[in-house]
Design a binder for this molecule. Sequence first.
Ligand SMILES: [Zn+2]
Length: 412
Amino acid sequence: MYETLFWVIIIIIILDFLFENYLDYLNTKKMGSPLPDELKGIYDEEKYAKQQAYQKENHKFGMITGTFSFLIVLVMFVFFGFAFVDGIAWSLTRHAIVAAMIFFGIIMFASDILALPFSVYDIFVIEEKYGFNKTTPKIFVFDRIKGWLIGAVIGGGMLALIIFIYQKTQNMFWIYAWIAVATFSIFMTMFYSNLIVPLFNKQTPLEEGELRDKIEDFAEKTGFKLDNIFVINGSKRSTKANAYFTGIGAKKRIVLYDTLIEEMETDEIVAVLAHEIGHYKKKHITQGLIISLVQTGVVLFIFSLLIDNPHLSRALGVEEPNFHIGLVAFGILYSPVSFVLGIFMNQLSRKNEYQADAFAAESYDAGALASALKKLSQKNLSNLTPHPLYVFFNYSHPPLFERLMHLKNFEK
Ligand SMILES: [Zn+2]
């Protein structure tokens, strides 16, 4: 039985890798295809050549990193690397929670160190070359350290709590673990902007001026409080522009990148803001939170049925079953399910983007939003001609062309 499980795991890993590469291949083949009229003029010729070069370089880089991490994962399973790390953990302690912390600590830290040269190359070579990078080596190092600390405190804390619950409650563990995870998720959705974002960025209220006045008018009309609109210093790391809506209840907020404000006309910024208010009006964050809570419950329930199964651990070369090894095996076995769920989530997310666009078009101005989206694509060197299959599986936002066509329906 455990041998079958072993092979199932290996096959899942290989199929996933092949499929990702196939989609990537389709996407590159679409490069350079003729642009529809609506997309002409977004880039001038020189800038479009730059965009194509940027895309090609990212594709090549993605292939290299993807292959590298695929091989590492494969080696870990084929040569029982997880059993080896498990051995180290148990040689240091007899305590199950501490062993799990050491186990995941080693795995996470090692994978981050292995990924380090790739991130350095991505930021300081590719992004730098195309004029996006603003990250200094100092910011980069501090980001890493902060990331590790947050991962250790939050990830480690949650893991310890879940194993503790498992030890105390055994087969009913999934319900209690679910309550714990759900409470934490809701808390994080509310306080992410207050607790985590400030560790990396500064968020400031909108400055007095024409923009604020215009936004005030619009926000008032739609019932969104101006106090909940913030500007973030995204320019600290990159020139790429963005905006997002986050949080629930009194803790909701819209965050605009300083790079966005710098590059866009007032009307375009208000249109982007209107789009974000659309996410709020349509309750997209609450919807996402509820879906993720349901998913968590289902995952924990299935996991609780399998966790005691010795075959799971044995498939990874560990004789004595334990929680963290079971979790790794389960993680891979569950990945086809999460792959399918991911497709639905992306589809839902794209639908939500259309809804937010529609709200912006109806309550503000379709033309201004269209022009803002074009500018965003151009500034970020976005791909104008993604392959439909690639979009179907990977895009959380509809491609620019589809969004522009959709906005056309609202133009007066
Ligand atoms: Zn959106």
